[in-house]
Design a protein around this ligand. Structure first.
Ligand SMILES: Cc1cc2nc3c(=O)[nH]c(=O)nc-3n(C[C@H](O)[C@H](O)[C@H](O)COP(=O)(O)O)c2cc1C
Length: 331
């Protein structure tokens, strides 16, 4: 199957999945201000999709999980990230993602969150490779060969053990492996292990040269990502937290390249998309962006304090508008 992966530039720059950060609203803004070569959705529970749609018969328009899977054409190619330890649920959700028109399905096998691991999903897959393979096979069945399946994982659970873990993944028919260069135990508390990157790439290429490899962890800029891709031989690089407050990241820009006015305007646009795309979403999720967007200039902390006191979106947008010389029309 010739998939979109082959058509991407090398090395390609990917936007990482980040729950409650790279949601449909922020992704829409990023697609307009600094588009990555490929976008991931935040992770969505395959079991949750099954239960809400099939068991409860919830309408898609009212289903928060379905809303998390909204995307615009400008975000393509876009991959839906799913999590589950249940093959039946994964097959169901992968089929649904295919119907929704996603370019690919990615399975989360690295999340250290206790609530995810308790379900046997996320990083817990590393403890049960046979189950992990069943889940991948189920996703491939669900897509019916129409779109590629990929996995995002870490280099081990309690210790570096990619030599035991990755061969299971590389033998399954996945198109792409995203490697977060830390163990589960390390969470995000230590520096990502780029010192191991070249040997990991060689190991994976020897196991299966057809699987594309992305590195992830601590990348601050596109320039840094390009340099590391060249040094270690990755096909693509994935950037996560560097997108906080910087929707221009994939243009090679930093927040300092933009005036406070531009940054406030971008936050206003994000607030608009936030209210349009999922009015039921908790306002606190929007507020998470405030610190990253509004900092680093005289008066930023006062503006931030005012924004954090608001309890309604219209007040939030009015405060931003009061700051702007040319206010944006509130929608
Ligand atoms: C707030 C937050 C939410 C995240 N949510 C997800 C997720 O839904 N799926 C996933 O695979 N990884 C998730 N991650 C991990 C990131 O995708 C990425 O692997 C990690 O942040 C390391 O990359 P970075 O140093 O470029 O941020 C999340 C990370 C953060 C900080």
């Amino acid at each position: 199957m010739e998939s979109f992966w082959e058509k991407l530039p090398r090395p390609f720059m990917a936007l990482a999945p980040m729950a409650d950060v790279t949601d449909p609203a922020y992704r829409r803004l990023i697609a307009q201000t600094g588009r990555p070569d490929i976008t991931w959705t935040e992770f969505v529970s395959a079991d949750g999709l099954f239960h809400t749609r099939e068991k409860k018969g919830m309408q898609d328009a009212e289903n928060p999980l379905v809303r998390d899977l909204q995307y615009t054409e400008g975000e393509r190619p876009i991959v839906a990230q799913l999590f589950s330890s249940n093959p039946e649920m994964m097959e169901y959700a992968a089929r649904y993602a295919t119907e929704l028109g996603f370019d690919g399905v990615d399975i989360n096998m690295g999340c250290p969150d206790k609530s995810i691991e308790k379900q046997g999903a996320g990083a817990a897959h590393m403890k049960n490779p046979e189950r992990a393979k069943e889940v991948i096979a189920a996703a491939i069945r669900g897509t019916d060969g129409k779109i590629p399946v990929s996995v995002k994982t870490r280099i081990g659970y309690n210790k570096v053990e990619y030599q035991e873990w990755f061969p299971h993944l590389l033998s399954t028919g996945i198109s792409t492996l995203t490697i977060h260069l830390r163990t589960r135990k390390e969470m995000s508390l230590v520096a990502a292990h780029y010192e191991l990157a070249s040997e990991i790439v060689s190991f994976c290429r020897a196991q299966n040269p057809n699987v594309l490899l992305l590195a992830n962890g601590d990348l601050q800029s596109v320039a840094e990502a390009r340099a590391k891709a060249a040094e270690h031989g990755f096909d693509g690089m994935m950037l996560g937290r560097a997108i906080f407050g910087n929707p221009w990241l994939f243009n090679g820009e930093s927040p300092a390249d933009h005036t406070p006015e531009e940054r406030v305007r971008a936050l206003h646009t994000l607030a608009t998309y936030f209210s349009e795309l999922d009015p039921s979403k908790h306002f606190a999720i929007l507020k998470k962006h405030v610190k990253a967007f509004v900092s680093g200039w005289d008066g930023a902390s006062e503006l931030r304090a005012k924004l954090m006191e608001t309890t309604a979106l219209t007040d939030f947008q009015s405060i931003l508008n009061n700051y702007l010389k040319e206010p944006v029309e509130n929608r």
